[in-house]
Every structure is written in structure tokens, then in C-alpha cells.
Design a protein around this ligand. Structure first.
Ligand SMILES: *Cc1c(COP(=O)(O)O)cnc(C)c1O
Length: 418
């Protein structure tokens, strides 16, 4: 154990995340929606639980919108967090919702977002899903030639032409991206080389063409890489204009905006991205009058507003190393365990829900019988005892819904919007 160093008391450091704005009260309880965490957890009912802070969600969107140039829409990609109450909250704040399954579509349609502003992407849309999309009047992002006859049939059946945009597999990658989803051979979208053929077939099938969708990758903290991808995406689209069945009304430039998880991560610098979007929006006003650009963001909008809270069940010492065994783990929060596609395991910001006179290095592990169930590897924490709450910050995106909750048969995590 080490004596507590007062400089460590800053909430940013304590949460282990630069840019984190969570704060503690005098006894060291984290404040969530103005209340001590233990009280919120009691109100929610039990640990483990995910808490999503309503005001932080609203504030995040407000800040982003304040910088967003005219002519650029903001969409929420709900796979980042599909909790119905959260999606309803987001629906009031953004211009559109992007879904990736019929399960998500059902939540989006219930959310209050008009169907006209819901779009649907995904590499393996079933006939049922495509029919549902057409009947509901949402925008389908076409990702395969196979979807054309299915959409044409669904259009006939519903009596209105399917609204479609072409999702493009870009001929380049998003540099420095946590997860690349474009460039090279991909299951997503239509290869850029095949887009002219796709446009002809959309025209021939009399689908209602609305534009393009270009999504390069995820979790990027390098503004220059995002700027480059957005500009190259826009340039590609302008090369296809004379082959489009009609003037595109929407160009969805994707997103990929990342959030910091460690002190080494610098938060994304939005200014150059917004400047570039303003320039692209100006070009769009002359190249394709009436068209709108769109960003679709998941993690950036919701990731920092969420906490995952578990309770210490046991405190063990093994050959000098402290293990805090908590009642939650990788089965609820796969990403925090480092097993959600991360190349290198790094601790999410983690903290104990009280101040102790000293700090120690402790590993936070879950109750599963696998060494993968590791929420924090030798983190610098306040000394915790059985019964204490442990918080994993930056947990609002790719948390509960992206985790193997059946694995080992422990109870599910509760979720609350607070
Ligand atoms: C996953 C995904 C998103 C959201 O990505 P984030 O990194 O969470 O912003 C957006 N669009 C598409 C098509 C996706 O597959």
C-alpha cells in the first residue's frame, strides 16, 4: 500500500481518464445525477448495473451540435447502446437513428423517431427484415446485389418504392482506427468499383435512390485520419454523380469518432473535423443542391455517459497480489475485459466508491471461472473491502448488449437511465 497522494484526488486522475468529469463527494462517493452512487444503486435495486446519465447524454449532443456546420445531420448508431429508454432519450436529440437488425428497428420505431429518419445497414439483411424496412418506410443501406430483387418485390407488395442508399466499401482504410470496417475485402457494403453497376440496377428495379453511406471504421482519436476519410469519401461520391438515378439527397459520411479510455489517449480534437465538414457541406451546396451530409455516431455520443457498477464479494491476496472479486464481470462488460476485438488489453478507468487513507495496486476480477474475466489488471485504487462498490467508467457504449451474458449462468446486469 502507498500513502494517498493528494494530487491523485482529482476526479480525472481518479477515474483514470483524461477528460472525465465525474466527481466525488467528501466521503469519496462518486456523484451520479447529483446523488451519491450508493443511493442511486439502491434506487436501481441491485448490483451489477449499468447507469446512464441522461444529462450527460444531452450535454454531449448539445456540445457536438453547437459545432456542427449547417447542412450536416447527426444520427445515433444504436448498436452502441440499444437500451430502449436511452434510445428514446437520444431520439429527441438527434436527426436520425441508424439500426442494424430488426430488433433494433423495433426499438427505433418505438422511440418516437419518425420512420423517415431511420436507416438500416448490415451485411446479411433477411427477406423479412428488408420487407419490414420497406413497409415501415425507412431508408435501407444496400450492401449486396442480392438485396435488389428482394427490395423490388417488397416495394411491389407494400405499394411504395423502397428507399435506398448505397453502402460503399471504400477503396481505402480509416488510418489509426480501433476497428477497421472498410478498405480491402470486406463483407460490408459494395466495393467502390461495383457502385456504377449497382446504381444501374437500382434504377432498373425502380427503387427510390436517396444517396450513399460510407463508414470507414470505429474508435478513432486522430482527427487528421477522420478528416482524410471524410474528404476521400465525399470525393468518391462526386465521381458517381452523373451515374446516379437521381441527385443524392443524403451522403452519410459515417463517423468513427473515438473516446479516450486511458490517460495516454488524447480526446478527439473536433475542430479540424468540423472545419472540414463545413468545407464539404459548402461543396455539397453547389455539387448537389438540397442534399444533406450526415454523421452516424455511436460510441462518441453515449460512451462517456455510462458507468458499470459492481460490488466487491471477496478480497483475496495471492502471492502478494490483491484481487477484488466483484459480482459483475466480462459476462456483462466484455469490452472492459479487453476481449471485444482489442489488439492490446488496457484497463478501462476504474475506481472504488469511497476514499481510503491509502491506495494499492489491485486487480478487479469477476466471478467467472476463466482468467479472461478481468475488469482491471493491477489498477491503482483506493483500498476496498467486501461490500464496496467498484465503478468502471466510459461504459456507455458496447457494454451490456455486446457481452456474453449467458456465459456461466450468473444473473444479468440491470440498466437504468438516471
Ligand atoms: C458500428 C457502426 C457505427 C457506430 O460506430 P461507433 O464507433 O460506435 O461510432 C456506425 N455506423 C455503422 C454502419 C456501424 O456499423
Amino acid at each position: 500500500m502507498t500513502e494517498r497522494d493528494d494530487s491523485i484526488l482529482s476526479p480525472i486522475e481518479d477515474a483514470g481518464s483524461r477528460g472525465s468529469t465525474w466527481s466525488r463527494n467528501a466521503s469519496g462517493e462518486w456523484l451520479v445525477a447529483g446523488q451519491p452512487l450508493s443511493r442511486i444503486v439502491d434506487a436501481v435495486g441491485a448490483t451489477p448495473c449499468y447507469l446512464y446519465d441522461r444529462d450527460r447524454l444531452s450535454e454531449r449532443v448539445r456540445e457536438l451540435r453547437a459545432q456542427l456546420p449547417q447542412g450536416v445531420d447527426l444520427h445515433y448508431a444504436m448498436k452502441a447502446n440499444p437500451m430502449p429508454a436511452l434510445v428514446c432519450h437520444m431520439a429527441r436529440l438527434v436527426d436520425g437513428i441508424d439500426v442494424a437488425s430488426r430488433g433494433e428497428l423495433r426499438v427505433a420505431l418505438d422511440s418516437g423517431m419518425p420512420a423517415a429518419r431511420i436507416s438500416f445497414a448490415g451485411p446479411g439483411k433477411s427477406e423479412l427484415e428488408l420487407r419490414q424496412a420497406v413497409a415501415a418506410g425507412i431508408l435501407t443501406h444496400i450492401e449486396s446485389f442480392r438485396e435488389i430483387p428482394v427490395l423490388a418485390q417488397a416495394s411491389e407488395r407494400s405499394g411504395s418504392a423502397a428507399r435506398v442508399a448505397v453502402r460503399v466499401n471504400l477503396p481505402f482504410e480509416l488510418r489509426a482506427s480501433g476497428m477497421k470496417m472498410s478498405g480491402g475485402a470486406r463483407q460490408f457494403g459494395i466495393d467502390a468499383e461495383q457502385v456504377p453497376d449497382m446504381l444501374r440496377r437500382i434504377d432498373a428495379a425502380q427503387l427510390s435512390f436517396e444517396g450513399f453511406h460510407l463508414f470507414a471504421g470505429s474508435q478513432n482519436l486522430r482527427a487528421a485520419a477522420i478528416v482524410e476519410a471524410q474528404t476521400r469519401s465525399y470525393d468518391l461520391v462526386t465521381g458517381w454523380l452523373d451515374q446516379c438515378p437521381s441527385v443524392p439527397r443524403t451522403i452519410n459520411l459515417g463517423g468513427g469518432f473515438g473516446i479516450p479510455y486511458t490517460l495516454q489517449d488524447l480526446p478527439l480534437d473536433l475542430a479540424p473535423i468540423m472545419d472540414n465538414l463545413a468545407a464539404l457541406a459548402a461543396r455539397a451546396r453547389s455539387d448537389l443542391p438540397g442534399a444533406r451530409l450526415a454523421l452516424e455516431l455511436g460510441r462518441y455520443l453515449v460512451g462517456e455517459a455510462g458507468l458499470y457498477v459492481s460490488r466487491v464479494i471477496d478480497r483475496k491476496l495471492s502471492r502478494g497480489q490483491v484481487f477484488l472479486v466483484v459480482d459483475g464481470g466480462m459476462h456483462h462488460h466484455l469490452a472492459a475485459s479487453g476481449n471485444f476485438g482489442q489488439v492490446m488489453r488496457r484497463n478501462y478507468p476504474v475506481a472504488v466508491n469511497r476514499l481510503s487513507p491509502s491506495r494499492e495496486s489491485a486487480s478487479v476480477v469477476g466471478p467467472l471461472c476463466t482468467p479472461l474475466d478481468l475488469l482491471a489488471d493491477r489498477a491503482d485504487l483506493d483500498v476496498a473491502e467486501v461490500g464496496d462498490l467498484v465503478v468502471v467508467f466510459q461504459s456507455g457504449a458496447y457494454g451490456r448488449s455486446a457481452s456474453p451474458r449467458e456465459f456461466l449462468g450468473h444473473p444479468d446486469a440491470l440498466e437504468a437511465l438516471v
